[in-house]
Design a protein around this ligand. Structure first.
Ligand SMILES: [Mg+2]
Length: 181
């Protein structure tokens, strides 16, 4: 079992400054697989509801949450709309440009952004961000430079794992009312 309280404590100095949580799509919010259905609408993807709810919890707490992905398809658009994410940069080869745009849009410094990504082209963003995380299947160069490598795999709640660490570090807990019997 993951000890979220201990992880939050260990990374507290970085996590407490985070105001924006930014996620790569393929290999982070998805299992890195794309499904071609024969239609001319791009590739379909599967998403994990644990990640989606975690993103909503952060937004409810006032953090800005979004996606920067080189991928582009109707399924990505639908999912990000459904979650009501604050931002979604899709089909964008220039991830650094999107990252800078996020900084400007929300008036935050790079060290106030949490970034999670798994590919070599994510490295500049991972390096710049205040807290960086990846999955165990990321490339070696990524694995050796991030702040945290998740226990969970791509598309199986890996983002939620990082979100829950962040929640514990910032004391973000949803209020759950008891059922009156
Ligand atoms: Mg990726």
């Amino acid at each position: 079992m993951i000890d979220f309280k201990a992880l939050a404590k260990k990374h507290e100095s970085k996590l407490k400054n985070i105001k924006v949580a930014c996620f790569d799509l393929d290999g982070i919010l998805t299992d890195a697989k794309v499904h071609y259905d024969g239609e001319e609408v791009g590739f379909n993807r599967s998403f994990c509801v644990y990640d989606g709810y975690g993103m909503k919890l952060l937004m409810n707490a006032g953090l800005k949450v979004g996606v920067i992905t080189g991928g582009n398809s109707v399924s990505v658009q639908k999912r990000t709309e459904q979650l009501g994410l604050d931002f979604c940069y899709m089909g964008n080869e220039d991830k650094v440009g999107a990252f800078k745009d996020v900084m400007q849009k929300y008036n935050v410094k790079a060290d106030e952004i949490l970034y999670m990504g798994d590919e070599l082209f994510d490295i500049p963003l991972l390096k710049a961000s205040g807290f960086s995380a990846t999955v165990p299947s990321a490339g070696p160069e990524v694995l050796e430079m991030v702040d945290y490598i998740t226990s969970r795999k791509s598309g199986e709640g890996c983002a939620r794992e990082v979100i829950d660490m962040l929640r514990y570090a910032q004391n973000i807990h949803p209020v759950l009312e008891d059922i009156k019997l």
